[in-house]
Design a protein around this ligand. Structure first.
Ligand SMILES: [Mg+2]
Length: 340
């Protein structure tokens, strides 16, 4: 296990706080034939509460399970780890490494192991991180020029209407604009704010409020389509459909296996599904891209986030608002050098 401190090129601000550097944990698993699979843990404590130390401790406990051999069945090894600690971010690291290892052993890309018919090409959104309207407009202008058809803008921070007016003016009528409040509103504030902001023609609002019951109160009163993100991890969220869509994340779902299970559960009650990153490194992003081959998201995915990091090699670069996994077996070749 190796700790990697990755600096962001600009502070990333949201209703939950600001991040200018994030710690990722890189794990590797080697089988008896010398094949090596890599995975990462991407906890973001300010965002979802899972602390890096907790994740590190869980990964240490998995050593006892995995050290004798990793040649066994993937699901059995993962279940044995889950019995030691069910922390999703730690399980995700092992799940990714086991899938990567299996791909390398069988010389197949992960999308093929998952049974998808073809390599995925995933429509992704750009992220407008600036709070200040002129800067936000400049960011959406760059995104439009780069071929993105969807941009995500933070709300519940500063002057949302001024920011959205600037983004709509520069992004143009064709740009799908989604907003993310990161649960920064109360039910009443959300209903009022979305009533005001809907004039900017919003694709959806992610996490207007936190919690299944609160989202269930906002959704029927909102002219803007509602998606859950943080609340997608809450108990009971897939028992009935409380809003339009759900945003799923590899780190929070416990890896590729967890994302596939969550997507199936979400679809079974009628949610639309898309995938996103929690400022993951390229192994996490690659895992989501491969999973998307099977999940087939109905909405653009929030996976174009590697550009937020400074001083890292360019990998998994979006082209005209779309992303595909790197070629090669498992999660793909040439991703691990990003961490060094
Ligand atoms: Mg979100």
């Amino acid at each position: 296990m190796q700790s990697v401190r990755a600096r962001l090129s600009a502070p990333f601000a949201a209703a939950w706080g600001t991040v200018d550097e994030r710690e990722l944990l890189l794990v590797s698993l080697e089988d008896s034939e010398g094949n090596v699979g890599f995975g990462e843990a991407a906890p973001l404590p300010a965002y979802d509460g899972a602390g890096v130390e907790d994740v590190r401790e869980a990964l240490e406990r998995y050593r006892g399970v995995l050290a004798p051999a990793v040649d066994g069945a993937r699901a059995d090894l993962l279940a044995a780890c889950a019995a030691e600690s069910g922390l999703a971010e730690s399980l995700a690291a092992i799940d990714l490494a086991l899938w990567d290892l299996e791909g390398r052993r069988r010389r197949q890309p992960l999308w093929k192991l998952l049974g998808a018919p073809a390599a995925p090409e995933v429509v992704v959104n750009a992220t407008v991180s600036a709070e200040e309207p002129t800067e936000a407009a400049a960011q959406v202008g760059s995104a439009r020029a780069a071929g993105f058809a969807c941009a995500k803008v933070k709300v519940a921070v500063g002057d949302d209407a001024a920011r959205l007016a600037a983004v709509r003016a520069t992004g143009g009528d064709e740009m799908a604009i989604r907003v993310d409040a990161n649960g920064g509103w109360s039910v009443e504030q959300a209903v009022e704010a979305l009533g005001t902001l809907q004039r900017f023609g919003l694709e959806l609002c992610e996490e207007p409020v936190h919690g299944v019951e609160a989202v269930a109160r906002v959704a029927p009163c909102s002219a803007v389509s509602i998606a859950v993100d943080e609340t997608a991890g809450a108990p009971g969220v897939f028992e009935r459909r409380v809003c339009d869509a759900v945003c799923l994340k590899v780190a929070r779902c416990g890896g590729v296996s967890g994302v596939l299970a969550a997507a199936a559960a979400a679809r079974s009650v009628g949610y639309r599904v898309y995938l996103a990153s929690t400022l993951d490194g390229p192994l996490g992003i690659a895992a989501a891209l491969h999973a998307a081959a099977l999940v087939a998201p109905e909405l653009p995915c929030g996976l174009a986030t590697l550009g937020a990091f400074a001083d890292r090699p360019e990998v998994l670069v979006p082209r005209s608002g779309r992303m595909s996994p790197a070629p090669g077996p498992g999660l793909g070749d040439a991703l691990v050098r990003w961490y060094h």
